[in-house]
Write a protein that binds this ligand. Structure first.
Ligand code: NAD
Ligand code: 2HG
Length: 530
């Protein structure tokens, strides 16, 4: 039974599939301090959070069973990603579920700042009928500068067009082609600052975006600019903004996020007549909270059950089209890694992964992670190594990873070959996916074979002499080890050869030793592929 802790308020409907899963027990315990979380996290396999819970290195350290931290939302700045990666804890988020909601909040804020709605409301309910102080501006024909044209920024730009606005967009990954498709003008931060009437930021907070709008930008800003931040506090320098408003450069600002949340009681935004604020409500709609909780619960279930998953933020994202091409190979890659690790003795020095055929044409990095996981988990345990930390663990151990690619794959459409070099020896295994038949090991060292990579195998290296197959069968039979299938590979009659036997259960060590002691038999190794 997997145990999942939900430590922030997360939609009940959204986590329903976790609650209903028969192999999962969910505990809801929102509002824990770091110490309280550290005290209990050790018994959980998964942790589900929004933005309040701080998942620190201490929490990860105490989370001995923790496989995954799921963030119901986008930003993961409350999670120590480095610590998670080092411990092999997968961090996933729900990047799509609150895009529209946050985009709509941005619009609500932009219109509210254009028409002074919160200030006018406060005065009206306070008993003052003031129709003179709140002269607003239209959005139509105004220029909106969008900094960060990702999911939310792009949706904002689309809606702004419907309001008759002209859009200037800046994003380091924005192409002319995409800008043209969205009907916006690609511009630099400087151009936006100098020319726009409204500006909205939709970037993550990084060392590059921290204070990307600060005193130097306010100094050259078009007077009368209105600024919205529904992304992250700190992208706009708060103190410099207040000064820019007081100097008459900025006409108004609408902020959903703060450099420190919640802001201190004396934060200047809270009393400034030209700044309107909301308490980080960008994602707070019924729909978004359900969406993100559903998305993250689904992926957490996949991870707990060791199934393929999406949206890991502490490993490079896999585009959907690449994912669909590589996914069928993930299990094969891991099994090849495991096979070669179990058949090669000595401390691992180098893993060479060669991709041939169609696989050579695509980005195989995600697949390499599975191969490396397969190799390392033999030495470090499956629990410790996963696709998030496999490359990191290899690097820590000075294991060299070499990737080779060739567009031809001899007799196969695709071939994955793993060579393992240890201080003692070197072995090679190749596998492919055969249409209609599934994964196959097709070569071990120099010997062609046809082996399904699963179950309990015995790999024997021997000299090709009459009677040896019979003697192996007799020895195993007399020790109650039943042979299900057998494959023999050799290059020359009478030369060196291999035997791969599939047996119904584990083979006792003494039996393997007795096999190894047989004349003409060199080695006998048990290989278990889950
Ligand atoms: N207020 C809320 O409740 C709320 C809700 C959801 C998301 N967010 C925040 O909104 C922001 C945007 O979210 P998203 O889902 O659109 O993310 P996204 O990853 O889809 O888009 C972010 C974009 O910013 C761009 N970017 C990165 N560095 C940049 C730079 N220096 N200059 C310009 N662009 C840069 C990236 O290339 C990317 O296209 C994030 O900070 C997220 O945490 C806030
Ligand atoms: O309401 C939340 O959980 C924060 C939402 C938002 O900032 C996010 O990053 O997804």
């Amino acid at each position: 039974m997997y145990k999942v802790l939900v430590s922030d308020p997360i939609s009940d409907l959204g986590i329903q599939q976790l609650v209903e899963a028969t192999d999962v027990a969910v505990d809801k315990n929102p509002g824990l301090s770091e110490d309280e979380l550290v005290a209990i996290i050790g018994e959980y396999d998964a942790l589900l959070v929004r933005s309040q819970t701080r998942v620190t290195a201490r929490v990860m350290e105490a989370g001995k069973k923790l496989k995954v931290v799921g963030r119901a939302g986008v930003g993961v700045d409350n999670i120590d990603l480095e610590a998670a990666t080092q411990r092999g804890i997968i961090v996933i988020n729900a990047p799509d579920g609150n895009t529209i909601t946050t985009c709509e909040h941005t619009f609500a804020m932009m219109m509210a700042v254009a028409r002074h709605i919160p200030q006018a409301y406060a005065k009206t309910v306070g008993g003052t009928w003031d129709r003179k102080s709140f002269l607003g501006v239209e959005l139509r024909n105004k220029t909106l500068g969008v900094l960060g044209m990702g999911r939310i920024g792009s949706e904002v730009a689309k809606r702004a067009k419907a309001f008759g606005m002209n859009i200037m967009g800046y994003d380091p990954f924005m192409t002319e082609e995409r800008a043209e498709k969205l009907g916006i003008k690609l511009a630099s931060v400087d151009e936006i600052v100098r020319e726009a009437d409204f500006m909205t930021v939709h970037t993550p907070l990084t060392s590059e975006t921290r204070h990307m709008i600060g005193r130097p930008q306010f100094a050259v800003m078009k007077p009368g600019m209105r600024i919205v931040n529904c992304a992250r506090g700190g992208i706009i320098d708060e103190i410099a903004l207040v000064d820019a408003i007081d100097e008459g450069i900025v006409a108004g600002a609408a902020f959903d996020v703060f450099e420190v949340e919640p802001p201190a009681a004396d934060h200047p935004f809270l009393t400034h007549p030209k700044i309107i604020v909301t308490p980080h409500l960008g994602a707070s709609t019924v729909e978004a909270q359900e969406n993100v909780a559903i998305d993250v619960s689904e992926q957490v279930l996949h991870i707990l059950r060791d199934e393929p998953f999406m949206n890991a933020v502490n490993m490079p994202p896999i585009p959907a089209n690449l994912q669909s091409k590589l996914q069928p190979y993930f299990s094969l890659g891991e099994k090849l890694g495991s096979f070669i690790a179990q058949s090669t003795e000595g401390p691992v020095q180098e893993i060479v992964v060669s991709y041939s055929g169609e696989l050579a044409e695509v980005d195989t990095q995600p697949l390499t992670r599975y191969v490396v996981r397969g190799v390392l988990s033999h030495h470090l345990g499956l629990e410790q190594v996963n696709v998030v930390n496999s490359m990191h663990l290899a690097k820590l151990r000075d294991v060299n990873i070499v990737i080779q690619k060739s567009s031809t794959a001899k007799d196969f459409t695709n071939l994955v070959t793993v060579t393992l070099r240890t201080k003692k020896e070197e072995h090679v295994v190749s596998g492919t996916l055969l249409t209609g038949y599934g994964p196959r090991i097709v070569q071990i060292d120099k010997f062609p074979v046809d082996v399904t990579p699963e179950g309990n195998l015995i790999l024997i290296s021997h000299n090709d002499k009459p009677g040896i197959i019979g003697r192996v069968g007799t020895l195993l039979g007399s020790n109650d080890v039943n042979i299900a299938t057998m494959q023999v590979g050799r290059q020359l009659e009478g030369g060196s050869a291999i035997m791969v036997l599939r047996v119904d259960k584990g083979t006792p060590k003494e039996v393997l030793q007795q096999l190894t002691n047989m004349p003409e038999l060199n080695t006998a190794k048990e290989i278990i592929l889950a």
